[in-house]
Write a protein that binds this ligand. Structure first.
Ligand code: TMP
Length: 208
């Protein structure tokens, strides 16, 4: 694989992921890097179709196995078509969410056995993991109040407080288990302070 690095951005809903994604892209480009921004679920035409299946509100209830397998189906396609080729060409790839989201939403939120997620992770990704994961974290009420200001809400945004609390705790557990890779960024501070924390993590990665 080339010299590109893989950065993922994670966190609950309404914590400024999109704003900070653009900020990271601009910061890396200003440092002379070629950057590819992508997202999960999605990132390729087929994976974006899977995203629609996953996020659409529907009357039929979705089995948790279906949801989990669709997440990894989209991821397999995304890795093969976008992430691996871009890294091989020396690009830096930033993904709005990746497998930590599966541990958080399907593992934490839906309470699926974590060992099943680990097995799928190994099957789909082998030992491939992000070089850096930035986890935007804040108490649930902060993100939920910002989320309510949005008009459109998807199948996940329909969930209630306890679901998002489980998601948050599962994210924090992932961070505890992977302290070298996952950096927790306090999202309950000014945007300037959030971005200065992000810059310090990016600078450490650039020095590696
Ligand atoms: P987004 O709102 O950040 O674009 O992400 C779409 C939704 O998909 C979000 O509610 C989190 C959810 N999701 C999972 O449940 N599992 C996953 O593995 C990923 C990548 C996203």
């Amino acid at each position: 694989m080339g010299s590109g690095k893989f950065i993922t951005l994670e966190g609950g809903e309404g914590l400024g992921k999109s704003t900070n994604l653009h900020f990271i892209k601009d910061f890396l480009e200003n440092n002379g890097l070629s950057v590819r921004v992508t997202r999960e679920p999605g990132g390729t035409p087929l994976a974006e179709q899977i995203r629609c299946l996953l996020l659409e509100e529907r009357s039929e209830s979705v089995a948790e196995q279906t949801e989990l397998l669709l997440m990894f189906s989209a991821r397999a396609q995304h890795l093969k078509e976008v992430i691996y080729p871009a890294l091989a060409q020396g690009q830096w790839v930033i993904s709005d969410r990746f497998t930590d989201a599966t541990y958080a939403y399907q593992g934490g939120g839906r309470a699926i056995d974590v060992s099943l997620i680990q097995q799928l992770e190994t099957w789909v990704q082998g030992t491939f993991r992000p070089d850096l994961t930035l986890l935007l974290d804040a108490p649930i009420n902060i993100g939920m109040s910002r989320m309510k200001e949005r008009v459109i809400s998807d199948r996940f945004e329909q969930e209630q407080f306890p679901f998002f609390e489980r998601v948050r705790q599962a994210y924090l557990l992932q961070a505890q288990k992977n302290p070298d890779r996952i950096q927790v960024v306090n999202a309950n501070q000014s945007l300037t302070a959030v971005q200065s924390d992000i810059v310090s993590h990016l600078l450490s990665l650039l020095k590696k």
